[in-house]
Unconditional design. Structure first.
Ligand SMILES: NC(=O)C1=CN([C@@H]2O[C@H](COP(=O)(O)OP(=O)(O)OC[C@H]3O[C@@H](n4cnc5c(N)ncnc54)[C@H](O)[C@@H]3O)[C@@H](O)[C@H]2O)C=CC1
Ligand SMILES: O=C(O)[C@@H]1CCC=N1
Length: 268
């Protein structure tokens, strides 16, 4: 991979850039970034990571891979602005939520396309990504794509249609966990613990529970029951979650996010 061009240099682009550089997948000198208007942002990333700023669109012609990392609402304009500057077979990797492979090939022409749904933990090589490929991605390129995605976490190939669900679950997932932590910190401090103490305890609780699920091959409900002593504190807590319709809230959360991904796909 000689030249990787990022179209859109926001938070997801930064997460991938940082992940790829740190995991030695792509050298910073091989990365080029471009944005619509925020040139300060380009300077910031260039200074921070040593990546190049794309000077003119003609340079896109020599790209080995183009990463589309603009917001879905900006996708059409961004693709239209580059379509006449990219070579016929240059592969595209898109992280835009909801924008279908079909929509991408309609604007950029038939070419190898990978649609990826990573999450921001790519920054530290811990993304949980879903990916779907079109038929133009041959086995070699698929391997290369998977290697790149593997370097920023784990990656699972799914049917394109299922990317809406992946987006709602693991794409947005970090935000749900941060939101949960915010709620824990709020209540913990109300009980007189410092925010720092609650954070330390609960971040370790999240990390420990995730590691248990990864290392001890037991179902979550089995692990949950091991925590829940009859008549004890956990049971009281879970009963409160149930009476406040926890399952319904989670169901609606994922359903709404999945539906939003579908709306984005229709350009709404
Ligand atoms: N933030 C996240 O956790 C995740 C985001 N995504 C997807 O990644 C994409 C980017 O999201 P973020 O990085 O969060 O957004 P962001 O708003 O931080 O970055 C988007 C960047 O695109 C640039 N841009 C807009 N129009 C452009 C154009 N026409 N040409 C070139 N650059 C243009 C903007 O200046 C901005 O720097 C979105 O499509 C989102 O669905 C996917 C997975 C997770
Ligand atoms: O909120 C969003 O639309 C993007 C997609 C998944 C995470 N962030």
């Amino acid at each position: 991979m000689e030249k990787v061009v990022f179209v859109g240099a926001g938070s997801m682009a930064e997460a991938m850039i940082q992940g790829w550089i740190e995991q030695n997948v792509v050298d910073a000198t091989q990365i080029y970034i471009t944005n619509r208007s925020n040139y300060e942002r380009l300077d910031e990333l260039s200074l921070k990571y040593g990546v190049n700023i794309l000077q003119k669109k003609e340079e896109l012609f020599h790209a080995d891979i183009i990463v589309l990392a603009v917001k879905p609402k900006d996708g059409k304009v961004a693709m239209e602005s580059i379509s006449s500057f990219i070579a016929q077979n240059t592969p595209v990797l898109s992280v835009m939520a909801g924008i279908s492979i079909n929509a991408i090939s309609n604007l950029l022409g038939n070419r190898p396309i990978a649609r990826v749904m990573p999450n921001t933990s790519a920054t530290i090589g811990m993304s949980a990504s879903g990916v779907a490929f079109n038929e133009d991605v041959n086995e070699d390129l698929k391997k290369q794509y998977l290697q790149m995605l593997d370097a920023i976490g784990i990656v699972i190939e799914v049917e394109e249609e299922k990317l809406h669900a992946v987006t709602a679950l693991s794409g947005s997932g970090p935000a749900y966990l941060y939101y949960l932590l915010e709620a824990w910190e709020k209540v913990g401090t109300e009980f007189g613990l410092s925010k720092e103490t609650v954070r330390k305890l609960m971040v370790q609780t999240i990390a420990g529970s995730a590691a248990m699920l990864q290392q001890i091959k037991e179902e979550p409900d089995v692990l949950r029951k091991k925590v829940t002593s009859p008549g004890g504190t956990t049971e009281a807590g879970i009963q409160a979650l149930e009476s406040h319709h926890f399952n319904e809230a989670i169901y609606q959360c994922i359903k709404s996010a999945e539906a939003r991904s579908r709306e984005l796909a229709k350009g709404e």
